[in-house]
Design a protein around this ligand. Structure first.
Ligand code: NDP
Length: 331
Protein backbone atom coordinates (compact mmCIF):
# COMPACT_ATOMS: atom_id res chain seq x y z
CA UNK A 1 0.00 0.00 0.00
CA UNK A 2 1.32 3.44 -0.91
CA UNK A 3 0.93 5.51 2.26
CA UNK A 4 2.49 8.58 0.72
CA UNK A 5 -0.26 10.73 -0.72
CA UNK A 6 0.59 14.45 -1.00
CA UNK A 7 -2.08 16.67 0.54
CA UNK A 8 -3.62 19.61 -1.32
CA UNK A 9 -3.46 22.80 0.65
CA UNK A 10 -5.66 25.82 0.37
CA UNK A 11 -3.98 29.20 0.82
CA UNK A 12 -5.79 30.82 3.71
CA UNK A 13 -5.43 34.25 5.24
CA UNK A 14 -5.27 34.13 8.99
CA UNK A 15 -8.48 35.00 10.82
CA UNK A 16 -6.52 36.08 13.90
CA UNK A 17 -5.59 39.81 14.14
CA UNK A 18 -2.26 40.44 12.36
CA UNK A 19 -0.48 41.69 15.47
CA UNK A 20 -1.05 38.45 17.38
CA UNK A 21 0.71 36.19 14.93
CA UNK A 22 4.41 35.95 14.29
CA UNK A 23 5.27 35.07 10.70
CA UNK A 24 8.39 33.09 9.92
CA UNK A 25 9.89 31.56 6.81
CA UNK A 26 11.19 28.45 8.51
CA UNK A 27 10.13 26.98 11.82
CA UNK A 28 12.14 24.06 13.18
CA UNK A 29 10.63 21.90 15.91
CA UNK A 30 13.15 19.88 17.91
CA UNK A 31 16.69 20.39 19.14
CA UNK A 32 18.55 17.16 18.48
CA UNK A 33 21.30 16.78 15.86
CA UNK A 34 18.59 16.87 13.15
CA UNK A 35 16.98 20.13 14.32
CA UNK A 36 20.25 21.98 14.93
CA UNK A 37 21.76 20.85 11.63
CA UNK A 38 18.60 21.94 9.81
CA UNK A 39 18.96 25.28 11.62
CA UNK A 40 22.61 25.72 10.56
CA UNK A 41 21.72 25.11 6.90
CA UNK A 42 18.48 27.13 6.98
CA UNK A 43 20.20 30.09 8.66
CA UNK A 44 23.03 30.05 6.13
CA UNK A 45 20.40 30.03 3.36
CA UNK A 46 18.87 33.23 4.80
CA UNK A 47 15.67 31.57 5.95
CA UNK A 48 15.99 33.22 9.41
CA UNK A 49 14.90 30.03 11.18
CA UNK A 50 13.19 29.93 14.54
CA UNK A 51 13.90 26.72 16.46
CA UNK A 52 11.60 25.52 19.24
CA UNK A 53 13.73 23.40 21.55
CA UNK A 54 11.05 21.28 23.26
CA UNK A 55 11.05 19.56 26.63
CA UNK A 56 14.58 18.20 26.44
CA UNK A 57 16.83 20.81 24.79
CA UNK A 58 19.58 18.99 22.98
CA UNK A 59 17.46 15.86 22.61
CA UNK A 60 18.37 12.27 23.41
CA UNK A 61 22.10 12.77 23.01
CA UNK A 62 22.21 14.88 26.15
CA UNK A 63 21.39 11.67 28.03
CA UNK A 64 24.14 9.62 26.44
CA UNK A 65 27.72 9.36 27.61
CA UNK A 66 30.66 9.51 25.26
CA UNK A 67 29.99 9.69 21.52
CA UNK A 68 32.82 7.93 19.73
CA UNK A 69 31.28 7.44 16.31
CA UNK A 70 30.53 10.98 15.15
CA UNK A 71 33.11 11.83 12.46
CA UNK A 72 35.41 14.70 13.36
CA UNK A 73 35.94 13.87 17.04
CA UNK A 74 38.95 11.53 17.12
CA UNK A 75 38.93 11.48 20.92
CA UNK A 76 35.14 11.31 21.30
CA UNK A 77 32.90 13.96 22.82
CA UNK A 78 30.12 13.93 25.41
CA UNK A 79 26.54 14.25 24.16
CA UNK A 80 26.00 17.40 26.21
CA UNK A 81 29.07 19.10 24.75
CA UNK A 82 28.21 18.14 21.20
CA UNK A 83 24.70 19.49 21.48
CA UNK A 84 25.94 22.73 23.07
CA UNK A 85 28.37 23.11 20.14
CA UNK A 86 25.64 22.44 17.57
CA UNK A 87 23.40 25.04 19.20
CA UNK A 88 26.23 27.58 19.25
CA UNK A 89 26.89 26.91 15.57
CA UNK A 90 23.20 27.33 14.68
CA UNK A 91 23.05 30.61 16.63
CA UNK A 92 26.25 31.87 15.04
CA UNK A 93 24.41 32.06 11.72
CA UNK A 94 21.35 33.73 13.22
CA UNK A 95 19.02 30.91 14.32
CA UNK A 96 16.56 32.09 16.94
CA UNK A 97 16.57 29.16 19.43
CA UNK A 98 13.68 29.31 21.86
CA UNK A 99 12.76 27.35 24.93
CA UNK A 100 9.17 26.10 24.52
CA UNK A 101 6.91 23.24 23.60
CA UNK A 102 4.72 22.99 20.55
CA UNK A 103 1.24 22.22 21.83
CA UNK A 104 -0.76 22.29 18.61
CA UNK A 105 -0.43 22.60 14.86
CA UNK A 106 -2.77 23.31 12.00
CA UNK A 107 -1.39 22.01 8.72
CA UNK A 108 -4.78 21.99 7.00
CA UNK A 109 -4.15 25.23 5.11
CA UNK A 110 -1.20 27.37 4.06
CA UNK A 111 0.76 29.00 5.67
CA UNK A 112 1.06 26.47 8.50
CA UNK A 113 0.15 27.37 12.04
CA UNK A 114 2.07 26.19 15.07
CA UNK A 115 1.04 26.96 18.64
CA UNK A 116 3.83 27.20 21.21
CA UNK A 117 3.17 26.75 24.94
CA UNK A 118 -0.57 26.84 24.33
CA UNK A 119 -0.72 30.56 23.72
CA UNK A 120 1.62 31.78 21.00
CA UNK A 121 0.77 31.17 17.36
CA UNK A 122 3.46 31.20 14.71
CA UNK A 123 2.61 31.18 11.02
CA UNK A 124 5.34 29.37 9.09
CA UNK A 125 5.99 29.10 5.37
CA UNK A 126 7.95 25.92 6.04
CA UNK A 127 8.02 23.63 9.06
CA UNK A 128 10.84 21.19 9.77
CA UNK A 129 9.85 18.43 12.18
CA UNK A 130 12.75 17.01 14.16
CA UNK A 131 11.06 15.93 17.36
CA UNK A 132 12.92 12.65 17.72
CA UNK A 133 11.76 9.72 19.78
CA UNK A 134 11.09 8.94 23.45
CA UNK A 135 12.13 5.97 25.57
CA UNK A 136 9.69 3.07 25.81
CA UNK A 137 8.55 1.46 29.06
CA UNK A 138 7.43 -2.12 29.64
CA UNK A 139 3.95 -1.03 30.68
CA UNK A 140 4.02 -2.59 34.16
CA UNK A 141 2.03 -0.95 36.92
CA UNK A 142 5.04 -1.17 39.21
CA UNK A 143 7.09 0.86 36.70
CA UNK A 144 4.97 3.96 37.21
CA UNK A 145 4.71 3.25 40.93
CA UNK A 146 8.50 3.48 41.31
CA UNK A 147 9.15 6.16 38.68
CA UNK A 148 11.70 8.46 40.27
CA UNK A 149 12.15 5.96 43.15
CA UNK A 150 14.44 3.52 41.42
CA UNK A 151 12.96 3.17 37.91
CA UNK A 152 14.63 5.17 35.17
CA UNK A 153 15.01 5.17 31.38
CA UNK A 154 18.30 7.06 31.45
CA UNK A 155 21.38 5.52 33.02
CA UNK A 156 23.56 8.53 32.38
CA UNK A 157 21.06 10.85 34.06
CA UNK A 158 20.40 8.69 37.12
CA UNK A 159 23.25 6.17 37.37
CA UNK A 160 25.10 8.39 39.82
CA UNK A 161 22.49 7.64 42.51
CA UNK A 162 23.34 3.93 42.42
CA UNK A 163 27.07 4.06 43.01
CA UNK A 164 28.24 0.86 44.69
CA UNK A 165 24.76 -0.71 44.44
CA UNK A 166 23.22 -3.48 42.36
CA UNK A 167 21.03 -2.50 39.41
CA UNK A 168 19.23 -4.05 36.43
CA UNK A 169 19.01 -2.93 32.82
CA UNK A 170 16.29 -4.30 30.52
CA UNK A 171 16.96 -4.66 26.79
CA UNK A 172 19.28 -6.37 24.38
CA UNK A 173 20.11 -3.58 21.90
CA UNK A 174 22.95 -1.08 21.70
CA UNK A 175 21.31 1.25 24.20
CA UNK A 176 20.97 -1.49 26.81
CA UNK A 177 24.54 -2.67 26.23
CA UNK A 178 25.85 0.89 26.46
CA UNK A 179 23.86 1.67 29.60
CA UNK A 180 24.89 -1.61 31.25
CA UNK A 181 28.59 -0.94 30.65
CA UNK A 182 28.22 2.64 31.84
CA UNK A 183 26.47 1.50 35.03
CA UNK A 184 29.04 -1.26 35.55
CA UNK A 185 31.61 1.50 36.02
CA UNK A 186 29.58 2.99 38.87
CA UNK A 187 27.70 0.11 40.42
CA UNK A 188 28.62 -3.08 42.24
CA UNK A 189 26.71 -5.37 39.89
CA UNK A 190 24.56 -4.99 36.79
CA UNK A 191 21.99 -7.55 35.64
CA UNK A 192 21.23 -7.21 31.95
CA UNK A 193 17.75 -8.65 31.40
CA UNK A 194 17.37 -9.87 27.81
CA UNK A 195 14.17 -11.50 26.59
CA UNK A 196 15.82 -13.40 23.72
CA UNK A 197 18.63 -16.00 23.94
CA UNK A 198 20.98 -13.46 22.32
CA UNK A 199 21.80 -9.75 22.28
CA UNK A 200 20.69 -7.61 19.37
CA UNK A 201 23.46 -5.08 20.09
CA UNK A 202 26.37 -4.63 17.66
CA UNK A 203 29.30 -7.05 17.95
CA UNK A 204 31.53 -4.34 19.46
CA UNK A 205 28.97 -3.59 22.18
CA UNK A 206 28.39 -7.28 22.87
CA UNK A 207 32.14 -7.72 23.35
CA UNK A 208 32.19 -4.83 25.80
CA UNK A 209 29.36 -6.39 27.79
CA UNK A 210 31.03 -9.79 27.82
CA UNK A 211 34.36 -8.30 28.88
CA UNK A 212 32.80 -6.44 31.82
CA UNK A 213 33.11 -8.68 34.86
CA UNK A 214 30.32 -7.18 36.94
CA UNK A 215 27.64 -7.51 34.26
CA UNK A 216 25.57 -10.67 34.42
CA UNK A 217 23.44 -11.24 31.32
CA UNK A 218 20.15 -12.96 32.08
CA UNK A 219 19.11 -14.32 28.68
CA UNK A 220 15.50 -15.39 28.08
CA UNK A 221 14.22 -13.43 31.06
CA UNK A 222 11.15 -11.18 31.12
CA UNK A 223 10.19 -8.80 33.90
CA UNK A 224 7.02 -9.66 35.78
CA UNK A 225 7.17 -7.11 38.55
CA UNK A 226 9.39 -4.51 40.15
CA UNK A 227 9.23 -4.84 43.91
CA UNK A 228 10.10 -2.80 46.98
CA UNK A 229 8.83 -0.92 49.97
CA UNK A 230 8.42 2.66 48.70
CA UNK A 231 11.59 2.40 46.61
CA UNK A 232 12.89 -0.29 44.26
CA UNK A 233 14.45 -3.20 46.14
CA UNK A 234 14.17 -5.97 43.59
CA UNK A 235 12.42 -7.49 40.62
CA UNK A 236 10.60 -10.70 39.84
CA UNK A 237 11.55 -12.14 36.47
CA UNK A 238 10.23 -15.06 34.46
CA UNK A 239 12.86 -17.24 32.85
CA UNK A 240 11.80 -18.93 29.58
CA UNK A 241 8.33 -17.45 29.64
CA UNK A 242 5.70 -19.79 28.16
CA UNK A 243 8.04 -22.79 28.00
CA UNK A 244 7.60 -26.03 29.95
CA UNK A 245 10.55 -25.19 32.17
CA UNK A 246 9.34 -21.61 32.86
CA UNK A 247 10.71 -20.45 36.16
CA UNK A 248 10.31 -17.44 38.46
CA UNK A 249 13.57 -15.68 39.36
CA UNK A 250 13.99 -12.94 41.96
CA UNK A 251 16.84 -10.43 41.93
CA UNK A 252 17.72 -7.77 44.50
CA UNK A 253 18.41 -4.41 42.91
CA UNK A 254 18.15 -0.76 43.94
CA UNK A 255 17.84 0.62 40.42
CA UNK A 256 15.83 -0.63 37.45
CA UNK A 257 16.73 0.87 34.06
CA UNK A 258 14.70 0.56 30.86
CA UNK A 259 16.55 0.46 27.55
CA UNK A 260 14.03 -1.19 25.23
CA UNK A 261 13.81 1.28 22.39
CA UNK A 262 11.91 4.42 21.56
CA UNK A 263 8.62 5.78 20.24
CA UNK A 264 8.70 8.62 17.69
CA UNK A 265 7.25 11.90 18.96
CA UNK A 266 4.67 12.38 16.24
CA UNK A 267 1.37 12.48 18.16
CA UNK A 268 0.82 16.24 18.01
CA UNK A 269 0.82 16.41 14.20
CA UNK A 270 -0.33 12.89 13.28
CA UNK A 271 -3.69 14.21 12.22
CA UNK A 272 -2.04 15.86 9.20
CA UNK A 273 1.26 14.10 8.54
CA UNK A 274 1.31 10.49 7.34
CA UNK A 275 3.16 8.08 9.62
CA UNK A 276 3.69 4.32 9.56
CA UNK A 277 2.03 1.95 12.03
CA UNK A 278 4.72 2.70 14.64
CA UNK A 279 4.35 6.48 14.33
CA UNK A 280 7.47 7.14 12.20
CA UNK A 281 6.86 9.90 9.65
CA UNK A 282 6.83 8.71 6.07
CA UNK A 283 8.74 10.91 3.66
CA UNK A 284 9.04 10.83 -0.10
CA UNK A 285 11.94 8.59 -1.20
CA UNK A 286 15.31 10.39 -1.19
CA UNK A 287 13.74 13.43 0.39
CA UNK A 288 12.47 14.82 3.69
CA UNK A 289 9.16 15.97 2.15
CA UNK A 290 6.10 14.74 4.02
CA UNK A 291 2.62 14.46 2.50
CA UNK A 292 1.97 18.07 3.60
CA UNK A 293 3.53 20.63 1.24
CA UNK A 294 5.99 22.81 3.15
CA UNK A 295 6.35 20.33 6.04
CA UNK A 296 9.56 18.31 6.22
CA UNK A 297 10.71 15.62 8.65
CA UNK A 298 14.19 14.61 9.74
CA UNK A 299 16.07 12.61 12.37
CA UNK A 300 14.79 9.72 14.48
CA UNK A 301 11.24 10.89 13.90
CA UNK A 302 11.38 9.47 10.39
CA UNK A 303 14.09 6.85 10.79
CA UNK A 304 13.37 3.54 12.45
CA UNK A 305 16.45 1.90 10.95
CA UNK A 306 19.70 3.86 11.36
CA UNK A 307 18.89 6.22 14.27
CA UNK A 308 22.39 7.61 14.64
CA UNK A 309 23.46 11.16 15.47
CA UNK A 310 25.27 11.39 12.16
CA UNK A 311 22.33 10.13 10.08
CA UNK A 312 20.01 12.49 11.98
CA UNK A 313 22.31 15.41 11.29
CA UNK A 314 22.45 14.41 7.61
CA UNK A 315 18.69 14.34 7.28
CA UNK A 316 18.47 17.70 9.09
CA UNK A 317 20.66 19.15 6.37
CA UNK A 318 18.42 17.58 3.72
CA UNK A 319 15.31 19.05 5.37
CA UNK A 320 16.73 22.58 5.31
CA UNK A 321 17.73 22.20 1.65
CA UNK A 322 14.28 20.83 0.79
CA UNK A 323 12.64 23.75 2.62
CA UNK A 324 14.81 26.25 0.78
CA UNK A 325 13.91 24.66 -2.57
CA UNK A 326 10.21 24.66 -1.67
CA UNK A 327 10.32 28.38 -0.90
CA UNK A 328 12.33 29.19 -4.02
CA UNK A 329 9.82 27.34 -6.19
CA UNK A 330 6.90 29.27 -4.69
CA UNK A 331 8.47 32.64 -5.40
P1 NDP B 1 16.60 -1.49 19.74
O1 NDP B 1 15.24 -1.42 19.16
O2 NDP B 1 17.75 -1.77 18.88
O3 NDP B 1 16.61 -2.62 20.88
C1 NDP B 1 15.58 -2.72 21.82
C2 NDP B 1 15.89 -3.90 22.71
O4 NDP B 1 14.90 -3.94 23.74
C3 NDP B 1 15.84 -5.23 21.97
O5 NDP B 1 16.80 -6.10 22.48
C4 NDP B 1 14.43 -5.72 22.30
O6 NDP B 1 14.34 -7.11 22.36
C5 NDP B 1 14.26 -5.20 23.71
N1 NDP B 1 12.85 -5.03 24.03
C6 NDP B 1 11.91 -4.33 23.36
N2 NDP B 1 10.72 -4.41 24.00
C7 NDP B 1 10.92 -5.18 25.08
C8 NDP B 1 10.08 -5.66 26.10
N3 NDP B 1 8.79 -5.32 26.18
N4 NDP B 1 10.62 -6.44 27.06
C9 NDP B 1 11.93 -6.78 27.02
N5 NDP B 1 12.79 -6.38 26.07
C10 NDP B 1 12.29 -5.58 25.10
O7 NDP B 1 16.74 -0.13 20.55
P2 NDP B 1 18.05 0.61 21.05
O8 NDP B 1 17.52 1.76 21.82
O9 NDP B 1 18.96 -0.31 21.76
O10 NDP B 1 18.78 1.12 19.75
C11 NDP B 1 18.09 1.95 18.82
C12 NDP B 1 19.03 2.30 17.67
O11 NDP B 1 20.04 3.18 18.13
C13 NDP B 1 19.74 1.08 17.10
O12 NDP B 1 19.84 1.23 15.71
C14 NDP B 1 21.09 1.12 17.75
O13 NDP B 1 22.10 0.51 16.95
C15 NDP B 1 21.33 2.63 17.87
N6 NDP B 1 22.24 2.95 18.98
C16 NDP B 1 23.55 3.16 18.69
C17 NDP B 1 24.46 3.48 19.67
C18 NDP B 1 25.87 3.73 19.30
O14 NDP B 1 26.20 3.52 18.15
N7 NDP B 1 26.71 4.18 20.21
C19 NDP B 1 24.05 3.57 21.09
C20 NDP B 1 22.65 3.30 21.28
C21 NDP B 1 21.80 3.00 20.26
P3 NDP B 1 14.35 -8.03 21.03
O15 NDP B 1 15.77 -8.08 20.57
O16 NDP B 1 13.82 -9.29 21.56
O17 NDP B 1 13.42 -7.35 20.07
Amino acid sequence: MDLFKPMNLEEKKSTTPEGDIEKVKCLIIGSGPAGYTAAIYAARANLSPVLIEGLQPGGQLTTTTEIDNFPGYPDGITGVEMMADLKKQAERFGTDCRWGIVTDVDFSSYPHKVVVDGNKTIEAETVILGTGATAKYLGLESESKYAGSGVSACATCDGFFYRGKDVAVVGGGDTAAEEATYLAGLCNKVYLIVRKPYLRASKAMQDRVNRTKNIEVLYEHNTKEITGDGVVQGATLIKRLGEEDEQEVKINVDGFFLAIGHTPNSDFFKQYVTTDANGYVITEPDSTRTNVPGVFACGDLKDSVYRQAITSAGSGCMAAMDAEKFLAERE
